[in-house]
Write a protein that binds this ligand. Structure first.
Ligand code: HEC
Ligand code: HEC
Ligand code: HEC
Ligand code: HEC
Ligand code: HEC
Length: 188
């Protein structure tokens, strides 16, 4: 009985893996979520040129980059109330001053901003930002051109093929290649 299951699971696994490669690097068609505050990366990281790490402070020291707290926003928006000017945010007109006043409201109410996650990987996956950032990869390699996005959205389908292709292309030697392609490197 056991043997039968094992033999069967080999072709099933290969189909799963092939499917992964089929979707390799496909540009994602997902648009980002509608967030409680229309926060523009294009304005903050693009026009104002704030470095990613200014807000995602843990990206090179921990698996998780972190989403900034309202306190971080208020470091500027305590005094920057914003111009009374309309702005086209991905096709929705917002008023800059109104939108910033929402940040000040969360602060006054001592509430965190309930952002919806943009990227999410399944729970069985091991991923750490630190290792990738220390190795010199740019955010854009996995997240696309965030400085051009109002609402950030998943630029690529980060499926198994996406991860493994890069691991294969960037391994320093045979030993590292073996490690980076090992199922248990990415799966619990
Ligand atoms: C002024 C602060 C700030 C700066 C600077 C900033 N971000 Fe963000 N980032 C945020 C906030 C707030 C969110 C959550 C809201 C959202 O998803 O739009 C976020 C969300 C994200 C997400 C989606 C997270 C998820 O849920 O999966 C990515 C990816 C991201 N930022 C990448 C970047 C990159 C790359 C840069 C630099 C080019 C950058 N950010 C600069 C504040 C910032
Ligand atoms: C380093 C200073 C700085 C920080 C930190 C900062 N902002 Fe801003 N923000 C600005 C500036 C400058 C503008 C443009 C104001 C204008 O054009 O009048 C702006 C504009 C905005 C706007 C209106 C335009 C848009 O993005 O839709 C919103 C909303 C906003 N900020 C929210 C936030 C939130 C939320 C955070 C924290 C995650 C944050 N800001 C952190 C400087 C900052
Ligand atoms: C090798 C690919 C890769 C690189 C390079 C990368 N990221 Fe990510 N990022 C991911 C993946 C995969 C996720 C989803 C992880 C998850 O679900 O926990 C993610 C999630 C995020 C999130 C959301 C975290 C959260 O708490 O929800 C932020 C913010 C983010 N990345 C910012 C950055 C920034 C800033 C950089 C550059 C300094 C960067 N990333 C570089 C692959 C990458
Ligand atoms: C842009 C190329 C690139 C992409 C895309 C990429 N990786 Fe990596 N990854 C690397 C390289 C190179 C290393 C080795 C880093 C080091 O240790 O110096 C690595 C290391 C890792 C490690 C640490 C291995 C260890 O030794 O414990 C894990 C886990 C990992 N990657 C998972 C993933 C997952 C999951 C994805 C897809 C969501 C992914 N990676 C996407 C290039 C990439
Ligand atoms: C470099 C990282 C990496 C390695 C190595 C890796 N995987 Fe994956 N795997 C992923 C990612 C990322 C996903 C999630 C894809 C998604 O979110 O759609 C995944 C998903 C899967 C799934 C679930 C597919 C589904 O449709 O839900 C299976 C099964 C799987 N992997 C098996 C394996 C096996 C077997 C190996 C070893 C031969 C392996 N993986 C090696 C990154 C990796």
């Amino acid at each position: 009985m056991k043997k039968g299951i094992k033999i069967l699971s080999v072709p099933v696994l290969s189909i799963v893996i092939l499917l992964g490669f089929y979707f390799y690097n496909a540009e994602s068609s997902d648009q980002g979520p509608v967030q409680p505050i229309r926060f523009s990366h294009k304005i903050h990281a693009g026009e104002d040129q704030l470095p990613c790490q200014y807000c995602h402070s843990f990206v090179d020291v921990s698996p998780n980059p972190g989403i900034p707290s309202v306190k971080k926003c208020m470091g500027c928006h305590q005094h920057i109330v914003g111009r009374d000017v309309d702005y086209d945010f991905d096709g929705t007109t917002i008023n800059i001053k109104n939108e910033i006043s929402k940040v000040r409201e969360y602060w006054a109410n001592k509430e965190p901003i309930p952002w919806t996650k943009v990227n999410s990987t399944p729970g069985y996956l091991r991923f750490t930002h630190k290792r990738h950032v220390k190795r010199g990869f740019e955010c854009a390699q996995c997240h696309g051109d965030v400085v051009e996005m109002d609402q950030v959205y998943p630029a690529y389908r980060m499926n198994m093929g996406f991860c493994i292709t890069c691991h294969t292309e960037n391994a320093k030697d045979h030993e590292e290649l073996t490690h980076l392609k090992d199922c248990l490197t990415c799966h619990y």
